[in-house]
Design a protein around this ligand. Structure first.
Ligand code: PEP
Ligand code: MG
Length: 913
């Protein structure tokens, strides 16, 4: 009994791994491969130490401690304190400073660092170890009391905010510490923070302390170890703040990873005019150009640059202001790329002309930059072409296909200001000033541009919902810029001639004042801001593909083309497109499509006056009337198919027979019913009656798909005839392309359904071939879009020569979730993490995917050479493309603009990326 109680009281055991703390600096325990345990930042600090870069010493507390801390009610595991204390002693020995010492104090920064970087999502504390005593020592040692008290007030502010929770009450409120600072500045009559004297800073410190006491009831702690553990705990907790969770959801970072915490000896960029701090990229992250890129501030601390409080200088100016540091910076740039073999985004500090590296990581980049960097690094022989292919996020390719401004329209609107071009592309929309408004309006289908003085991670959801982001403060590595770039959003930041007033809800640039919901346009490539709406035009790549711009005039096109060629060399999957018109098909071929995977014939009936003949066919009360309406449709269909065959230049074309519920084609309002009655010269009541008769409770599960062709065989007959006659016609042309129709029957569940339709198709084919004296190679197949079809795929493959997974319907029918009505609850499901992703966007591999596997296996068992593809929307989703590669499909089919994305995703799947 006594033993049991003692056990209960004893501290619980440490996590499985024995080492909880890894040192870096002169003595380094970890290395760059240990990202899972040390986080990206910790692993790279260790790696930089190993290759001899100047890294201030420190230690990393592992991600395992974070998980443990989380599971155990926010308590630290046994043994942690001992390891931390030992690590601190080592650092003290290296630098001669002592933590908490009243004469020569050692100060720390405490930073988060997850396996994948999550910029700005978690918390950071700087200058830790300052208290009423150590601040005096720092003042004396540095011979710069102003600097010491400025560090102290910054620490109290950060600690008060992050650890003690003194934060703005809502998104319209100002930072409480900023308000206190602004109040004091007004009182003493100064404009800039830097104008505050030591005495002012002392006063500020006592006001900050009072603010903390008032807001929390607790005092700011003087005990440096209490400060340290408070900060480490706060950083661990910040792994689970709302913005970090939202970020992880968007970038599919598992919640179980946890973050590491890096505790590192402080070096001061704010200790005078021979000190500076900055952020740099080894190449331009917006364009990918091979030049050093970044910014810095003299006499400042790191967060001043990132938070965008002061607008920093561009990095090249460092050459004038601190030539020695600039030389070192360029050397380090070279070393970093040579060692890490990727573009690096790094933070540095110059303390009294000594250069220090605080962090490095693979830099986030725009789609354009990803492509340029990858291709140029192959040229420089830093990486090989396969690595280049795996480096480019497939989604980023689409940013090269994004619209740019219509130049004529752009000339007609006024430029009202400009800022830093931080996320290329063109965006136009209504001004909103808060994340809430951005979400609300975009949910209603409005395009919005989020305008903020500076963004904080709280704005993430608003940024997601916006076409573009405009900020009046901050540099190219501010939060707004980093996140926008990663999201592929258009972004202009640091437009300091623009005044944004949240309370009045206005944006003023010189004499122009715009209100919320007024139109605004921003150019994230040039940094210009325009009043009014500017329509957008196709991207440079698209212009080359459309023959409007010469390939040798567009470097962007050339590198895009290079990557696509590499992707094609690597991939195993064919890429087709879902296209219903020759124009779409032509665009898709230009983007690399190798066939049409789905032509939805019903879409062809919306053109011109065809809808009238279609409606006439549906209204028909008897076979004779139906036949006569179909006769009118036949020539339209024939010429549409001929157009497609010609446009596809010999590539296969999958044509799907009529699929949707017929009532979709009927008029429903009085005016259109009257107009149709007049056109068809029949009484209005006949139409009203017929619309009523065709009404279904569940049209998606009703009279659609092959059920139409089975109940009205004349529809299938007409469509088959149109296809074969068109094929015969094109085959007889001079220089005729190969014509290879693949006729697809939708919504089949029973082998008999398919057989019924295929009999008609074969009969009509024979008739046309006989009459036209040609031999047409064609295939018949089916969509697999109801679970039953997947389960009896072997029997269906007796008749079907190909399967195409209709994953839109297959998801709908497997999940019993309406594809049209699931928007409302799916978002909540995703927030609650019931679902990892929207199953209508990314294949639900556990359910729908299993059915696909079964169908692939059974289909191939009964017909070894059966052609297998996918034509649901998932065909353009990189994760789903990977899945399709894994289960051994022959092709994926997607909308034209997604074709390059699918090509790259397929290559990455083949390369095992
Ligand atoms: C599907 O269901 O996945 C499909 C491609 O067909 P549709 O979207 O036309 O129903
Ligand atoms: Mg379907």
């Amino acid at each position: 009994m006594a033993k049991a109680t003692a056990q209960k009281k004893a501290k619980r055991a440490a996590p499985k791994r024995t080492q909880l703390v890894y040192a870096f600096g002169k003595k380094t325990d970890g290395n760059g491969t240990m990202k899972a345990l040390l986080g990206g930042k910790g692993a790279n600090l260790a790696e930089m130490s190993r290759i001899g870069l100047p890294v201030p010493p420190g230690f990393t507390i592992t991600t395992e401690v974070c998980i443990d801390f989380d599971k155990n009610n926010h308590s630290f595991p046994a043994g942690l304190e001992k390891e931390v204390e030992k690590a601190i002693k080592d650092i003290e020995r290296q630098g001669g400073k002592k933590f908490g010492d009243a004469k020569n104090p050692l100060l720390f920064s405490v930073r988060s660092g997850a396996r994948d970087s999550m910029p700005g999502m978690m918390d950071t504390i700087l200058n830790l170890g300052l208290n009423d005593k150590t601040v005096e020592a720092l003042a004396a040692k540095s011979n710069n009391p102003r600097f010491a008290y400025d560090c102290y007030r910054r620490f109290i502010q950060m600690y008060g905010d992050v650890v003690m929770g003194v934060q703005p009450e809502d998104e319209h409120a100002h930072e409480p510490f900023d308000e206190v600072m602004e109040g004091l500045k007004k009182e003493v009559g100064v404009k800039e923070d830097t104008d505050l004297t030591t005495e002012h800073l002392k006063e500020l410190i006592s006001r900050y302390k009072a603010l903390i006491k008032k807001k929390t009831g607790a005092s700011f702690p003087q005990d440096v170890f209490k400060q340290l553990y408070g900060s480490v705990g706060a950083v661990f907790k910040s792994w689970n703040n709302d913005r970090a969770i939202l970020y992880r959801r968007k970038y599919k970072i598992p919640h179980e990873w946890g973050t590491a915490v890096n505790v590192q000896a402080m070096v001061f960029g704010n200790s005078g005019d021979t000190s500076a701090t900055g952020v740099a990229f080894t190449r331009d992250p917006a364009t990918g150009e091979n030049v050093i890129y970044g910014e810095y501030l003299i006499n400042a601390q790191g967060e001043d640059v990132v938070a965008g409080v002061r607008t920093p200088h561009t990095i090249s100016k460092l050459d004038e202001e601190m030539p020695q540091a600039y030389k070192e910076l360029l050397e380090i740039r070279k070393k970093l790329e040579k060692h890490f073999k990727d573009m690096q985004d790094f933070e540095f500090t110059v303390e009294d002309n000594h250069f220090y590296m605080l962090q490095t990581r693979n830099g986030k980049r725009t789609g354009l930059a990803a492509i340029r960097i990858a291709t140029e690094m192959v040229k420089q022989r830093l990486i090989d072409w396969k690595t280049a292919v795996t480096r480019i996020p497939p989604e980023s390719i689409s940013s090269l296909l994004v619209p740019i401004f219509d130049m004529d329209a752009r000339k007609k609107v006024a430029v009202i200001g400009s800022g830093l071009p931080a996320g290329p592309g063109a965006a136009s929309g209504k001004i909103v000033f808060s994340a809430d408004d951005a979400e609300r309006l975009s949910d209603k289908g409005e395009r919005v541009v989020l305008c903020r003085v500076e963004t904080s991670p709280e704005d993430l959801r608003g940024m997601l919902a916006s076409e573009g982001i405009l900020t009046s403060r901050g540099g190219v590595s501010s939060h707004a810029a980093l996140v926008a770039r990663q999201m592929g959003k258009v972004c202009v930041c640091g437009a300091d001639g623009i005044v944004i007033d949240y309370r009045r809800k206005t944006l003023t640039a010189g004499s122009v004042t715009l209100k919320e919901f007024d139109d605004i346009s921003i150019d994230g490539t040039t940094g210009e801001v325009f009043a009014g709406y500017v329509p957008t035009a196709p991207s440079e790549v698209n212009q080359v593909l459309a023959g409007k711009l010469k390939a040798d005039k567009s470097y962007t096109y050339q590198i895009f083309d290079q990557v696509m060629k590499w992707a094609d060399r690597a991939r195993k999957l064919n890429i087709r497109t879902n296209s219903d018109t020759p124009l779409q098909a032509t665009q898709a071929i230009a983007l690399g499509a190798e066939g049409i995977g789905l032509c939805r014939t019903e879409h062809m009936f919306f053109d011109g006056d065809r809808i009238t003949s279609m409606r006439e066919m549906i209204i028909a009360q008897n076979d004779k009337d139906r036949q006569s309406a179909l006769k009118k449709l036949l020539p339209h269909q024939r010429s549409d198919f001929a157009g497609l065959f010609k446009a596809m230049k010999g590539y296969p074309v999958t044509i799907r027979l009529l699929d949707p519920p017929l009532h979709e084609f009927l008029p429903h309002d009085d005016t259109s019913i009257r107009a149709l009655a007049e056109k068809l010269e029949i009484p209005q009541e006949t139409i009203v009656e017929r619309v009523k008769a065709l009404h279904e409770q569940n049209p998606m599960l009703g009279h659609r798909g092959c059920r139409l062709g089975i109940t009205y065989p004349e529809i299938t007959e007409m469509q088959a005839r149109a296809i074969f006659e068109a094929a015969a016609q094109v085959m007889k042309l001079k220089n005729a392309p190969k014509v290879e129709p693949e006729i697809m029957v939708p919504l089949v569940g029973y082998p008999g359904e398919l057989k019924n339709q295929v009999d008609i198709i074969h009969r009509v084919a024979a008739e046309v071939m006989e009459k036209k004296k040609v031999k047409i190679d064609y295939l018949v197949g089916t969509m697999i879009e109801v679970p039953r079809a997947a389960l009896v795929a072997d029997q269906i493959a007796d008749t079907a020569e190909f399967f195409s997974f209709g994953t839109n319907d297959l998801t709908q029918t497997t999940l019993g979730m309406s594809r049209d009505d699931s928007g409302n609850f799916l978002r909540i499901y995703q927030n609650l993490e019931i679902l990892p992703a929207n199953p209508f966007a990314s294949v639900d591999t556990g359910g729908v995917g299993e059915l696909m596997r079964i169908a692939v296996e059974k289909g191939r068992k009964s017909r070894k050479k059966i052609k297998l593809g996918i034509c649901g929307e998932h065909g353009g989703d990189p994760d789903s493309v990977k899945f399709c590669h894994e289960i051994g499909l022959n092709y994926v089919s997607c909308s034209p603009n997604r074709v390059p994305v699918a090509r790259l995703a397929a290559a990455q799947a083949a390369l095992g990326a």
